[in-house]
Ligand binder design. Structure first.
Ligand code: PGA
Ligand code: ZN
Length: 403
């Protein structure tokens, strides 16, 4: 039974306020905290911010208050049943985008309820999530965002993320290989661009003073040898009045597609995330037809929202999805999105946000819903590494990899 619920304002990895939730049952206290994006899609569930004079308007005291005063009386005394508790909160919120109570309030409680429910069953969280979702467990392949651009860097490169995807036999070896690669790349960036270019961005990747996307791809190729690359273009961020501002150039949809065809043939790119803006379902389809069987990954396009996924499926806009629990705002709805992706035959990439905490929930979540991949930044910042370290333990516990 749920005995108590208490929320507080803490800080995320960017030093911005976020919500932490403590939920108590007869068996213990379950603490969770909520991440926050910078390049958020327009179709995401809405986090509640105070917009007052504290923390430049970014405080979350209204979200905290909603948990302590509105959600608490609704769930204290109830059984620890995540489906029911999520449903109660969604109904109490009463909006489509969770702007009533705030996605940051609902998600924090939802995560803690799942943790408490796993504990009730004496199961590790990943095992519970797998039995709850009836999805087969999988240890995901990690994608490391080793060079940060776009909204995460303040540098001159428009693409937001350049990820390397190792292909060793286990998670542990994938991590080792990525860390070795990161250190090698650091030296090579220092040689080419100077030591200051090895400073890191929001997700732990380097921010070299490169002039173009191709320059970074060449750098990764030189160091990466046999590593595959996924890029997150986050195209909506530099789309305006029908054109994409790529460096000094302004490209239309056709020119963007031509650019992708070129880099895909020149570099070992296995996936492109958000290649076009978030509402251009037919443009995405055109790209898919032109580019062949590469992973075309919907993030802002889908916003972990089953209705958006249905639309994308109708247009055949993508064949892979980014799964972010805070985009939809509750764990049970994120699980529904994972099930839908499996039904569609799409690959699933569970993802952190650029503003994170040390909460490692998504590591268990990725394994529990059988995700193919996880992206949690570069192995260079504590809040990113927390997820990778948790996966080391899960792999040890399960000793299975079905990738
Ligand atoms: P965000 O970036 O968390 O700032 O939205 C991550 C992504 O776009 O994948
Ligand atoms: Zn993205």
């Amino acid at each position: 039974m749920i005995k108590d619920l208490k929320a507080r304002e803490i800080l995320d990895s960017r030093g911005n306020p976020t919500v932490e939730v403590s939920l108590s049952t007869d068996k213990g206290e379950f603490v969770s905290s909520v991440p926050s994006g910078a390049s958020t899609g327009m179709h995401e569930a809405k986090e509640l911010r105070d917009n007052d004079d504290r923390y430049m308007g970014k405080g979350v005291l209204r979200a905290v208050q909603n948990i302590n005063e509105k959600i608490k009386p609704l769930i204290v005394g109830k059984e620890v049943d995540p489906s029911i508790i999520d449903k109660i909160m969604i109904e109490a919120d009463g909006t489509k985008d969770k702007s009533g109570l705030g996605a940051n309030s609902i998600l924090g409680v939802s995560m803690s309820v799942f943790r408490a429910a796993a504990n009730e069953k004496n199961m590790p969280l990943f095992d519970f999530l797998s039995s709850f979702s009836r999805l087969e467990k999988n240890i995901p392949v990690p994608c490391f965002n080793i060079v940060n651009g776009g909204a995460h860097s303040g540098g001159g490169v428009s693409f937001q993320e350049f990820m390397i995807v190792p292909s060793e036999e286990s998670f542990k070896e994938n991590l080792r290989s990525a860390v070795e690669f990161t250190h090698e790349l650091e030296e090579s960036i220092a040689e080419s661009y100077g030591r200051e270019s090895t400073n890191i961005g929001d997700e732990g990747g380097f921010v070299p003073k490169a002039e173009s996307e191709k320059e970074i791809l060449k750098l990764l190729e030189k160091e990466g040898k046999k590593k595959s690359i996924i890029i997150d273009v986050a195209a909506t961020e530099f789309f305006d009045e029908g054109k994409y501002s790529l460096g000094k150039e302004r490209k239309d949809r056709k020119e963007m597609i031509a650019f992708y065809k070129e880099i895909v043939s020149d570099f070992s790119i296995i996936g492109i995330e958000d290649p076009l803006e978030e509402n251009d379902f037919s443009g995405w389809k055109e790209l898919r037809e032109e580019i062949g069987e590469l992973m075309i990954i919907g993030d802002d396009l889908l916003a972990t929202n089953v209705e958006r996924m249905e639309l994308a499926r109708k247009f055949d806009s993508c064949n892979a999805m980014i799964l972010k629990i805070n985009q939809i705002g509750s764990v049970s709805e994120a699980i529904e999105a994972a099930k839908k992706a499996k039904e569609f035959g799409w690959s699933i990439i569970v993802s952190h946000r650029s503003g994170e905490t040390n909460d490692d929930f998504i590591a268990d979540f990725a394994v529990g819903v059988g995700a193919n991949y996880i992206k949690s930044g570069a192995p260079k910042r504590g809040e990113r590494i927390a997820k990778y370290n948790r996966l080391l333990k899960i792999e040890e516990d399960t000793l299975k990899i079905n990738q």
